[in-house]
Write a new protein. Structure first.
Ligand code: MN
Length: 721
């Protein structure tokens, strides 16, 4: 069927009723109205647009839909194919598509449009493999990919109409590098072969001509050699009780050419240009057939492959062997069961159909489409679908673009910081913010497949230690660790210098010019920085420093520097010594997830992660990822407690606080009516666990109607309190 259409140069547009008829032949329940609507809509949208062939543009999407009817695809996919170029090339909008054809078709049309945009960016040859993976990963609905492949196949069939040789070459090359391998990967072997043949013809016209000519000669000379060899194989197997369907074919020109190129041999030396496919009932018969063939004809050493015991990565299973049929003819034989064959022809869909035991074995049954759609509909996520289709190998990767369209591959969960470091270490170090698809986002935002990421940078910026808690790439992690180590040392030295100045101030006399150098020698330290570090870390005490600077002065010092006090609360993610304050909008206590807001020249505000203040913070504020330090203790939580209007209720509540050793910092009556009194209470608690226990105890008390923690006060309540 493919060959027939490919040979026609000026295609008549498939008529509306013909298309519907084709679909109805394999799916009597198909939504005819949907297909009719799509047909008319697309025809009107494309209007007078013309293809390079002179055909109306509209012929293209209809032909693409026609190709997909050969695969027995469902009505939604057919409608998608008919509409696939309307968003990009006409005035039609996604909203219109959704309104007229429903969300599922709209989503798929959007998917195909996206894939087309990416295609336009793919100039870079090295990125071919990346791009294939990207297209696979993006097509979370495999039907989108099928439409895209059919689109490309039709464009290849009509490639010769394009006048510019450069453009034809580019499209052919892209097909060879990206789409044919992609078709192979999802098991669409017929698509793959036709794409390769058409691309080969464009890229290597002379080789293509000579190979097809030779094949034609061979056919004339050998009579119907293929038919004779084929029936010989069938007879042999039949005599031994192995029922088999045998079909023979010439290899397609591109695969012959590739073999010639790979093995550096001429056409004459390349004798196995015929291939036979032997389809038997089950696995047992596969191996029996193989044994019979090998007993009858000598096998060509090194050509036997058992893809049944070791299937290919895409799930392909078969036995491959080559035999010497007579002196001249080496032929390749593929032996497989019916189930394996259906899978090889129809890809994963057939595989599912067999696994689910619903298919009757005939590859043209609707079973696989139904199963496919069922899985598509019921797969709760793209991940689950990818799992089914064995595309799982890309599940853990995402692909994002730079503003210039460069494709960056990252592990799943990667953030703009990872993206920046993947591009360049300096860029990572200077990152201050990021835009994803044009919108400013927090740096901890996870990048999604297909996002365009722009890094905002500043030379004055330094990496934040807090980033370590969310970056996922080794490169970012290593760069941040290195930076933190240096920075900590710098800060330690600066702190040491402060103490040093203080120590010098306590000396009874001015220091001489060489005093410091002398002191370093006495203390066996190799430089000033080492001394400052030792002072800050208190590995050397003040008296010893004084003694070294001015012998005799150390013993006289009385104003020993007090050891720094450890805070009850510590926060990880801030460089030591940076000022911060707990925000009084959301009242975070240890155990809450927290984020810092930093504005130049102000202390870092520590907010709970769900505090709306964070979302409202403008571009001038940096988000800093924070965590409570080990053993952090103490914070002011704000509660609302509604008490029943009963005598002694307030006393009971206060008793509960007392019993849990929680200090009331503030208490106000916010609202009262005849039955209930509402109090707002600021309570000093150790941490969230402590608070949770108190809330539980309150709720258990009969006088308490409700007890809640207030994370963020509603404006109305604030006004009332
Ligand atoms: Mn198209």
């Amino acid at each position: 069927m493919h060959r027939g259409r490919a040979a026609r140069h000026h295609v008549l547009v498939l008529r509306q009723y013909e298309l519907v008829e084709r679909v109805r032949r394999y799916d009597p329940d198909a939504d005819e109205a949907l297909i009719n609507r799509a047909y008319v809509f697309s025809m009107q949208a494309h209007g007078n647009q013309k293809r390079a062939s002179g055909d109306p543009y509209f012929s293209h999407p209809i032909e693409v839909a026609g190709i997909l009817t050969d695969l027995h695809l469902d009505d939604e996919t057919i409608a998608t194919a008919i509409l696939h170029d309307t968003i990009e090339d006409t005035l039609a909008t996604p909203e219109q598509i959704e309104k007229l054809f429903g969300p599922s078709v709209a989503r798929m049309v959007d998917g195909v449009t996206k894939l087309s945009k990416i295609e336009a960016q793919s100039e870079n040859e090295r990125a071919a493999e990346n791009l294939r993976k990207f297209l696979l990963a993006m097509s979370d609905d495999i039907r989108v990919l099928l439409v895209k492949l059919a689109d490309r196949l039709h464009n290849m069939r009509t490639l010769h109409h394009i006048p510019s040789p450069e453009k034809r070459r580019r499209i052919a090359k892209e097909t060879m590098d990206i789409y044919a391998p992609l078709a192979e990967r999802v098991g669409m072997y017929e698509f793959m072969k036709e794409m390769q043949t058409l691309a080969f013809k464009e890229l290597e016209p002379e080789a293509y001509d000579s190979i097809t000519k030779r094949l034609a000669q061979l056919k004339e000379g050998g009579g119907d050699q293929i038919a004779r060899i084929g029936s010989g194989i069938r007879l042999l197997l039949g005599r031994h009780g192995v029922e088999a369907e045998v079909s023979g074919r010439e290899k397609h020109p591109y695969s012959i050419w590739r073999k010639m190129a790979e093995r550096h041999i001429s056409f004459e030396q390349l004798s196995d240009i015929m291939a036979f496919r032997v389809i038997v009932r089950d696995i047992d018969d596969c191996y029996r057939a193989l044994g019979l063939v090998h007993q009858r004809w000598p096998m060509v050493p090194g050509r036997f492959k058992d893809y049944i015991s070791t299937p290919k990565r895409n799930g392909y299973r078969s036995l491959h062997t080559s035999i010497i049929h007579n002196e001249k003819a080496r032929v390749e034989i593929q032996i497989r069961s019916e189930a394996m064959h259906a899978q090889a022809e129809y890809g994963y869909a057939a595989h599912w159909a067999y696994k689910m035991g619903r298919d009757d074995g005939s590859p043209d049954s609707m079973g696989w489409v139904r199963d496919l759609v069922e899985i598509l509909d019921h797969a709760s996520s793209a991940e689950e679908l990818l799992e089914h289709t064995r595309m799982a190998m890309y599940q853990d990767r995402i692909f994002a673009f730079t503003p210039k369209g460069e494709l960056i591959q990252l592990p799943k969960g990667a953030t703009p910081v990872d993206f920046a470091y993947a591009l360049h270490t300096d860029l990572g170090d200077q990152t201050v913010g990021a835009k994803i698809n044009g919108r400013v986002v927090p740096l901890r935002t996870q990048i999604a497949n297909g996002d365009q990421v722009q890094i905002l940078k500043s030379k004055a910026q330094q990496p934040q230690p807090g980033w370590l808690s969310f970056v996922v790439t080794g490169k970012a992690r290593a760069a941040l660790r290195r930076f933190v180590r240096h920075k900590e040392r710098d800060e330690t030295i600066a702190l040491g210098r402060k103490f040093y100045d203080e120590i010098v101030g306590r000396l009874p006399a001015q220091l001489g010019k060489d005093a410091l150098a002398q002191a370093l020698k006495r203390l066996h330290l190799h430089d000033e920085a080492a001394l400052m570090e030792a002072i800050a870390k208190q590995t050397i005490d003040d008296a010893a420093v004084m003694e070294a600077l001015m012998p005799g002065a150390g013993a006289a010092d009385v104003a020993a520097r007090p050891l720094p006090q450890r805070d009850a609360i510590s926060i990880k993610g801030l460089t030591p010594g940076v000022a911060y304050q707990l925000a009084d909008c959301c009242h975070p206590v240890p155990g809450d997830r927290i984020v810092g807001l930093r504005r130049p020249g102000e202390p870092v505000e520590v907010h709970a992660i769900d505090c709306p203040t964070l979302a409202e913070s403008g571009d001038d504020a940096d988000w800093v990822d924070l965590a409570w330090g080990d053993g952090s203790d103490g914070g002011a939580a704000r509660l609302t407690v509604i008490l029943k209007n009963e005598p002694g209720a307030l006393g009971i509540m206060a008793g509960i606080f007392g019993a849990h050793a929680a200090n009331i910092l503030d208490l106000s009556l916010v609202h009262r009516d005849r039955s209930f009194h509402t109090y707002r209470i600021d309570l000093e608690v150790h941490d969230v666990t402590h608070l949770a226990r108190i809330l539980a105890a309150l709720r258990a008390a009969s006088v308490v109607s409700s007890a809640e923690r207030i994370r963020v006060e509603q404006p109305s309540r604030q006004a009332g309190g």
